[in-house]
Write a protein that binds this ligand. Structure first.
Ligand code: SF4
Ligand code: SF4
Length: 189
Protein backbone atom coordinates (compact mmCIF):
# COMPACT_ATOMS: atom_id res chain seq x y z
CA UNK A 1 0.00 0.00 0.00
CA UNK A 2 1.16 3.53 -0.72
CA UNK A 3 0.21 7.04 0.32
CA UNK A 4 -1.84 9.52 -1.64
CA UNK A 5 0.26 12.66 -1.73
CA UNK A 6 -1.51 16.00 -2.32
CA UNK A 7 0.69 16.94 -5.24
CA UNK A 8 -1.73 16.23 -8.06
CA UNK A 9 -4.06 18.74 -9.67
CA UNK A 10 -6.92 19.61 -7.31
CA UNK A 11 -10.46 19.48 -8.70
CA UNK A 12 -12.99 20.61 -6.09
CA UNK A 13 -15.95 19.88 -8.37
CA UNK A 14 -14.91 16.23 -8.12
CA UNK A 15 -16.06 15.93 -4.50
CA UNK A 16 -19.47 17.37 -5.36
CA UNK A 17 -19.76 14.91 -8.26
CA UNK A 18 -18.98 11.94 -6.00
CA UNK A 19 -21.38 13.21 -3.34
CA UNK A 20 -24.18 13.57 -5.89
CA UNK A 21 -23.63 10.01 -7.15
CA UNK A 22 -23.16 8.33 -3.77
CA UNK A 23 -25.75 10.39 -1.90
CA UNK A 24 -23.42 11.01 1.07
CA UNK A 25 -21.54 13.96 2.48
CA UNK A 26 -17.87 13.06 2.05
CA UNK A 27 -16.80 15.97 4.27
CA UNK A 28 -18.20 14.01 7.24
CA UNK A 29 -15.32 11.52 7.02
CA UNK A 30 -12.94 12.34 9.88
CA UNK A 31 -10.27 9.82 8.92
CA UNK A 32 -10.69 7.43 11.83
CA UNK A 33 -9.45 4.58 9.61
CA UNK A 34 -12.10 2.08 10.70
CA UNK A 35 -12.98 1.39 7.05
CA UNK A 36 -9.40 0.42 6.27
CA UNK A 37 -8.99 -1.63 9.45
CA UNK A 38 -11.95 -3.84 8.49
CA UNK A 39 -11.42 -4.02 4.73
CA UNK A 40 -10.58 -7.60 3.66
CA UNK A 41 -8.92 -6.40 0.46
CA UNK A 42 -6.89 -3.47 1.85
CA UNK A 43 -3.67 -5.52 1.79
CA UNK A 44 -3.84 -5.69 -2.02
CA UNK A 45 -4.88 -2.07 -2.65
CA UNK A 46 -2.50 0.64 -3.79
CA UNK A 47 -4.21 3.13 -1.43
CA UNK A 48 -6.34 2.08 1.56
CA UNK A 49 -10.05 3.06 1.64
CA UNK A 50 -9.63 5.93 4.13
CA UNK A 51 -7.02 7.53 1.86
CA UNK A 52 -9.35 7.26 -1.10
CA UNK A 53 -11.94 9.09 1.02
CA UNK A 54 -9.34 11.74 1.85
CA UNK A 55 -8.39 12.02 -1.81
CA UNK A 56 -12.03 12.70 -2.70
CA UNK A 57 -12.26 15.34 0.06
CA UNK A 58 -9.18 17.05 -1.36
CA UNK A 59 -10.37 16.86 -4.96
CA UNK A 60 -7.52 14.61 -6.09
CA UNK A 61 -9.44 13.46 -9.10
CA UNK A 62 -6.67 11.92 -11.20
CA UNK A 63 -4.97 10.05 -8.37
CA UNK A 64 -8.25 8.61 -7.07
CA UNK A 65 -9.78 7.65 -10.41
CA UNK A 66 -6.62 5.98 -11.68
CA UNK A 67 -6.08 3.96 -8.50
CA UNK A 68 -6.35 0.19 -8.47
CA UNK A 69 -8.21 0.41 -5.14
CA UNK A 70 -11.55 1.42 -6.64
CA UNK A 71 -11.53 -1.72 -8.82
CA UNK A 72 -10.19 -4.10 -6.19
CA UNK A 73 -12.95 -3.11 -3.76
CA UNK A 74 -15.20 -6.16 -3.47
CA UNK A 75 -18.31 -4.16 -2.46
CA UNK A 76 -18.56 -6.25 0.70
CA UNK A 77 -19.88 -3.20 2.63
CA UNK A 78 -17.79 -3.96 5.75
CA UNK A 79 -16.46 -0.40 5.68
CA UNK A 80 -19.92 1.14 5.40
CA UNK A 81 -21.17 -0.98 8.29
CA UNK A 82 -18.25 0.12 10.47
CA UNK A 83 -18.15 3.80 9.50
CA UNK A 84 -19.16 5.91 12.55
CA UNK A 85 -19.99 8.85 10.27
CA UNK A 86 -22.30 6.97 7.89
CA UNK A 87 -20.29 8.14 4.90
CA UNK A 88 -20.74 4.81 3.07
CA UNK A 89 -17.23 4.22 1.65
CA UNK A 90 -18.56 1.22 -0.33
CA UNK A 91 -21.07 3.50 -2.08
CA UNK A 92 -18.29 6.01 -2.71
CA UNK A 93 -16.15 3.28 -4.33
CA UNK A 94 -19.09 2.41 -6.54
CA UNK A 95 -19.53 6.06 -7.55
CA UNK A 96 -15.81 6.30 -8.33
CA UNK A 97 -15.96 3.21 -10.54
CA UNK A 98 -18.90 4.70 -12.42
CA UNK A 99 -17.03 7.95 -13.05
CA UNK A 100 -13.79 6.21 -14.02
CA UNK A 101 -15.61 3.87 -16.40
CA UNK A 102 -17.69 6.64 -17.99
CA UNK A 103 -14.55 8.73 -18.53
CA UNK A 104 -12.60 5.80 -19.99
CA UNK A 105 -9.86 6.04 -17.36
CA UNK A 106 -7.55 3.07 -17.70
CA UNK A 107 -7.46 0.95 -14.58
CA UNK A 108 -4.20 -0.56 -13.32
CA UNK A 109 -6.42 -3.57 -12.52
CA UNK A 110 -7.72 -4.04 -16.05
CA UNK A 111 -8.88 -7.60 -15.45
CA UNK A 112 -11.57 -6.38 -13.03
CA UNK A 113 -13.60 -4.16 -15.41
CA UNK A 114 -13.11 -6.86 -18.05
CA UNK A 115 -14.64 -9.43 -15.70
CA UNK A 116 -17.58 -7.08 -14.95
CA UNK A 117 -18.25 -6.57 -18.67
CA UNK A 118 -18.21 -10.30 -19.47
CA UNK A 119 -20.32 -11.12 -16.40
CA UNK A 120 -22.98 -8.55 -17.26
CA UNK A 121 -22.95 -9.58 -20.93
CA UNK A 122 -23.68 -13.16 -19.88
CA UNK A 123 -26.50 -12.11 -17.56
CA UNK A 124 -28.01 -9.90 -20.26
CA UNK A 125 -27.94 -12.68 -22.84
CA UNK A 126 -29.08 -15.65 -20.77
CA UNK A 127 -30.84 -14.08 -17.80
CA UNK A 128 -28.27 -15.85 -15.63
CA UNK A 129 -24.53 -16.35 -15.61
CA UNK A 130 -23.21 -18.92 -18.07
CA UNK A 131 -20.16 -19.83 -16.02
CA UNK A 132 -18.28 -21.84 -18.62
CA UNK A 133 -18.49 -19.01 -21.17
CA UNK A 134 -17.64 -16.46 -18.47
CA UNK A 135 -14.41 -18.26 -17.57
CA UNK A 136 -13.57 -18.96 -21.21
CA UNK A 137 -14.01 -15.37 -22.40
CA UNK A 138 -12.28 -13.99 -19.33
CA UNK A 139 -9.23 -16.23 -19.84
CA UNK A 140 -8.99 -15.41 -23.54
CA UNK A 141 -9.42 -11.63 -23.22
CA UNK A 142 -7.24 -11.30 -20.12
CA UNK A 143 -4.48 -13.36 -21.76
CA UNK A 144 -4.47 -15.92 -18.90
CA UNK A 145 -5.44 -18.71 -21.28
CA UNK A 146 -4.97 -21.65 -18.93
CA UNK A 147 -6.08 -20.04 -15.67
CA UNK A 148 -7.97 -22.57 -13.49
CA UNK A 149 -8.46 -25.00 -16.40
CA UNK A 150 -7.31 -27.94 -14.27
CA UNK A 151 -10.32 -27.38 -12.01
CA UNK A 152 -12.83 -27.70 -14.85
CA UNK A 153 -13.01 -31.53 -15.13
CA UNK A 154 -13.61 -31.94 -11.40
CA UNK A 155 -16.27 -29.23 -11.38
CA UNK A 156 -17.99 -30.73 -14.42
CA UNK A 157 -18.04 -34.17 -12.80
CA UNK A 158 -19.51 -32.77 -9.58
CA UNK A 159 -22.17 -30.84 -11.48
CA UNK A 160 -20.77 -27.46 -10.39
CA UNK A 161 -20.21 -26.38 -13.99
CA UNK A 162 -22.57 -26.91 -16.90
CA UNK A 163 -21.49 -27.32 -20.50
CA UNK A 164 -24.72 -25.83 -21.82
CA UNK A 165 -26.02 -22.28 -21.26
CA UNK A 166 -28.43 -21.88 -18.32
CA UNK A 167 -32.17 -22.00 -18.90
CA UNK A 168 -35.05 -20.30 -17.14
CA UNK A 169 -33.51 -16.87 -16.70
CA UNK A 170 -35.85 -13.88 -16.93
CA UNK A 171 -34.23 -12.47 -20.08
CA UNK A 172 -37.14 -10.07 -20.75
CA UNK A 173 -37.16 -8.70 -17.21
CA UNK A 174 -33.41 -8.22 -17.22
CA UNK A 175 -33.54 -6.50 -20.59
CA UNK A 176 -35.94 -3.95 -19.07
CA UNK A 177 -33.52 -3.41 -16.17
CA UNK A 178 -30.56 -2.91 -18.50
CA UNK A 179 -32.59 -0.49 -20.66
CA UNK A 180 -33.69 1.48 -17.58
CA UNK A 181 -30.08 1.67 -16.37
CA UNK A 182 -28.98 2.93 -19.78
CA UNK A 183 -31.69 5.60 -19.74
CA UNK A 184 -30.60 6.75 -16.28
CA UNK A 185 -27.02 6.89 -17.49
CA UNK A 186 -28.03 8.96 -20.51
CA UNK A 187 -29.99 11.39 -18.29
CA UNK A 188 -26.89 11.95 -16.15
CA UNK A 189 -24.70 12.80 -19.13
S1 SF4 B 1 -14.67 4.75 8.69
FE1 SF4 B 1 -15.84 6.45 7.85
S2 SF4 B 1 -15.15 8.26 8.98
FE2 SF4 B 1 -13.65 6.63 9.35
S3 SF4 B 1 -12.08 6.97 7.77
FE3 SF4 B 1 -13.52 5.50 6.94
S4 SF4 B 1 -15.02 6.71 5.80
FE4 SF4 B 1 -13.89 8.11 7.14
S1 SF4 C 1 -16.69 -2.45 0.38
FE1 SF4 C 1 -14.68 -2.33 -0.63
S2 SF4 C 1 -13.54 -0.79 0.53
FE2 SF4 C 1 -15.27 -1.41 1.78
S3 SF4 C 1 -14.49 -3.02 3.12
FE3 SF4 C 1 -15.38 -4.03 1.33
S4 SF4 C 1 -13.72 -4.28 -0.12
FE4 SF4 C 1 -13.03 -2.79 1.42
Amino acid sequence: MGWLLPNTEVDLEFRRQVEALSGHNIADCYQCGKCTAGCPVAFAMDYPPNQIMRGVQLGMRDAVLSSGTIWLCASCETCSTRCPQDVDPAGVMDALRQIAYAEGIKSPEQAVPLFHRIFLGSVRQFGRVYELALVGFYNVFSGHYLKDVTMAPKMLLKGKLNLLPPKGGDVGGLKKMFDAARELEAERE
